[in-house]
Design a protein around this ligand. Structure first.
Ligand code: SAH
Length: 224
């Protein structure tokens, strides 16, 4: 079975399970070649619905988690997105496919921050190979500070576990009406996935489900 056929089967399954419902997210998941974001030895597992190791003891989320987060963020053409935790670059590419599809009249952009230099280099390469390097900017920095240079963002996606006290930069750098999707809670015992919408000084918080992400490190993350 080709990678493409396996990808289609996975997405059919996510649709059947009711995880994937949005037509644009389905289109993006069908288009972005997840296997090309993985180390050679993990590629045969690329279209199983499970997290996988990507080096430096970090993991790429299971596809159902990528899909859910994209749906919760209500990504639209033209959105400016900030992702914390680039990892392989796969989720950033998915976001780019949604905010800046081919032929977009008002293409958006994805800024994504990664802490580990080796993963930064790898993600830049993966995004180049798959043709997303023009729509995604990878930054090597501490993501708990956000990226004020390009703020405010329409959407902020955090793909590492935040302490219960969410870094202030994420709230400050979200535009009024913007959406933040973030797992927050304990470093070792799992977290809750939150979808937060900003209305001026008020943050409307929607608690989604229990999740397990690798910890956010850095100044306002968990201690190493
Ligand atoms: N979204 C990624 C998977 C993220 S795994 C993908 O699609 O592959 C979580 C990532 O967050 C790891 O790569 C980890 O190194 C990174 N990370 C942890 N703390 C960080 C911080 N303070 N700033 C930036 N990246 C961080």
């Amino acid at each position: 079975m080709s990678f493409e056929e396996k990808r289609k089967d996975l997405i059919d399954d996510l649709k059947k399970r009711g995880v994937l419902t949005n037509a644009e997210v389905i289109r993006a998941m069908l288009k972005v070649p997840r296997h090309l974001f993985l180390p050679e030895e993990a590629r045969s597992s690329a279209y199983m619905d499970s997290p996988l190791l990507i080096g430096m003891n970090q993991t790429i989320s299971a596809p159902h988690m990528n899909a859910m987060m994209c749906e919760y963020l209500k990504l639209e053409e033209g959105d400016k997105v900030l992702e914390i935790g680039t990892g392989s670059g796969y989720h950033a590419a998915l976001c780019a496919e949604l905010v800046a599809p081919d032929g977009a009249r008002t293409p958006g952009h994805v800024y994504t921050i990664e802490y580990h230099e080796e993963l930064v280099k790898n993600a830049i390469n993966n995004l180049k190979v798959t043709g997303y390097d023009d729509r995604v900017t990878v930054l090597h920095a501490d993501g708990t500070l956000g990226y004020p240079q390009e703020a405010p963002y329409d959407k902020i996606l955090v793909t590492a576990a935040s302490p219960e006290k969410v870094p202030q930069a994420f709230k400050d750098q979200l535009r009024d009406g913007g959406i933040l999707c973030i797992p927050a809670g304990s470093k070792n015992y799992g977290q809750t996935l939150y979808v937060v919408r900003k209305h001026g000084n008020v943050f409307e918080i929607d608690k989604k489900c229990g999740v397990r992400f690798v910890p956010l490190v850095g100044q306002y993350g968990f201690e190493n």
